[in-house]
Design a protein around this ligand. Structure first.
Ligand code: GBH
Length: 464
């Protein structure tokens, strides 16, 4: 009797783990037998580079600049070594010379964000100087044949919006929608590509689960609510802008960071349950919402939301994919953190707490392809201060993108993150993602050695 019972439990355990292992393989390619020397892309493929306002412009006063001054409950600063974004790369003033740097790379497009707090510093005030500033920057890009791609929300928003509760409250969505309408009205005759919100799942998990981003809360249910509200905001912005002048010809899309979470021990059922739950929360809930209109997060005791909006279906003209790497999660049910991150021996670490995983971008493209719209890689790049793995990173990831295209996936562009070193959020200025390094005292920009691999691939695969 007892023996039979134990045997059934063991068999059930094996069946569940085998099921996960079969359906969710951790794909690994044999890079020793792959040549990344000669990578080719189809004609018309768009090459670009990306930044975000708060990280490069300087002098932003918003939820982040406020957070940068603060500390956590344990007294540790919110930003590594108490750094503050300050004047950043002074891109606000130096954009003409930065456009020259973009041109020197040989790329034909630039993804940037407009700073909401500069355009609408108070609830009832729009700042014409800020509106004119971005207008001039867009003109300068166009004069240089650089196609602008404009992001409406890239992690930051004005303090007045934060004080109203930001995306924690459904009623605040309308405030964001009206800001977006205003910006679209100003620039839609000269900007065709629009990103609504950058990485809602990062804002919700880092801001409300890990507490690494503002407002630094740790509340899984609120984190799920914020994600739902941000996705709702995307859907409403999409439909509003589509109805405006130039809306029908505009390409409007959501930008989603895909990060695969793998179990640290592939035989461990709790590692599987935790990593799959995180995958659902972080990756699948968003994709399912855009595909079916159904948003659901069901984590008993942690977070529970079921929401339906059929207008979400097809509410993106392209899928903006930000891809960097994957993470392995090891469960610790008896600690407050629930899980911790671990790295496999032999994997190559970047300066960020993750490794080089080129085949992951292929997996992410496959995941995004279920939406049946063109995929634009809106961000991909590496933090590498020593500049000794940048070339390897670029070659592997671009090889994987080119393979996805030859396997039939519809990927139409690739934007390198980032044009230049900038303020890397909770890590401050320590992370060097730039194709160009930036000397913070002189503001001098210099092309990195490892970036030449990118320049070379762009030049080989652009029409002249
Ligand atoms: C993107 O976000 C952003 O859009 C961009 O602004 C940013 O500069 C860029 O990537 C490079 O990071 O690594 O597990 O310790 C990426 C979002 C950044 C999410 C860091 C989580 C910290 C947690 N991620 N990250 S971890």
């Amino acid at each position: 009797m007892i023996m039979g019972f134990i045997a059934s439990i063991v068999l059930l355990y094996i069946a569940i783990v085998a099921h996960f292992n079969y359906w969710y393989p951790e794909i690994r390619w044999d890079w020793n037998n792959i040549s990344t020397d000669d990578i080719s892309f189809p004609p018309g493929f768009v090459w670009g580079t990306a930044t975000a306002a708060h990280q490069v412009e300087g002098n932003c006063i918003n939820n982040w600049s406020e957070f940068e001054k603060g500390t956590k409950d344990d007294g540790k600063p919110n930003i590594k070594d108490n750094q503050q974004s300050g004047i950043a790369c002074d891109h606000w003033n130096k954009y003409p010379e930065d456009i020259d740097l973009i041109k020197k790379l040989g790329v034909s497009s630039y993804r940037f964000s407009v700073e909401w707090s500069k355009i609408q510093p108070e609830h009832d005030t729009y700042d014409m100087d800020a509106i004119n500033h971005y207008s001039k920057m867009i003109d300068a890009l166009l004069e240089n044949n650089i196609t602008p791609v404009l992001t409406l929300h890239h992690f930051t928003h004005p303090l007045w919006f934060e004080r109203l509760g930001a995306f924690e409250k459904e009623e605040n969505i309308a405030l964001f929608v009206s800001f977006c309408e205003r910006v679209f009205k100003e620039y839609s005759h000269k900007v065709q590509y629009w990103c609504t919100i950058n990485e809602p799942a990062v804002v919700s998990t880092q801001g409300y689960f890990s507490g690494m981003f503002p407002p630094g809360k740790q509340d899984p249910q609120l984190s799920a609510v914020v994600l739902k509200n941000m996705l709702e905001a995307h859907v409403q912005v999409y439909h509003r802008l589509k109805k405006m002048e130039n809306g029908s010809t505009a390409m409007i899309g959501l930008v989603k960071n895909i990060n695969h979470f793998e179990p640290w021990r592939r035989w461990h059922i709790i590692d599987w349950l935790i990593s799959q739950s995180v995958n659902r929360f972080f990756n699948d809930s968003t994709i399912d919402f855009l595909r079916t209109g159904k948003f659901s997060i069901r984590l008993p005791g942690l977070a529970w939301i079921v929401h339906y909006n059929p207008k979400a279906i097809g509410s993106t003209d392209f899928f903006g994919l930000n891809y960097y790497s994957h993470n392995h999660l090891k469960s610790n049910l008896f600690s407050k953190e629930l899980f911790s991150l671990h790295y496999k021996d032999g994997d190559i670490m970047t300066d960020m707490p993750y490794t080089i995983y080129g085949e992951g971008i292929y997996r992410a493209i496959k995941t995004g392809s279920v939406l049946n719209v063109p995929i634009i890689i809106t961000e991909n790049g590496v933090a590498d201060e020593m500049d000794d793995i940048r070339e390897l990173y670029i070659r592997r990831y671009l090889y994987a993108v080119s393979k996805a295209i030859s396997d039939g996936y519809d990927v139409s562009g690739y934007y390198y993150w980032s044009l230049m070193d900038n303020f890397e959020w909770a890590f401050g200025y320590d992370m060097k993602f730039g194709l160009y390094s930036v000397d913070r005292s002189s503001q001098e920009r210099t092309l990195r050695y490892g970036s030449k691999a990118f320049v070379e691939i762009v030049q080989k695969n652009s029409q002249s």
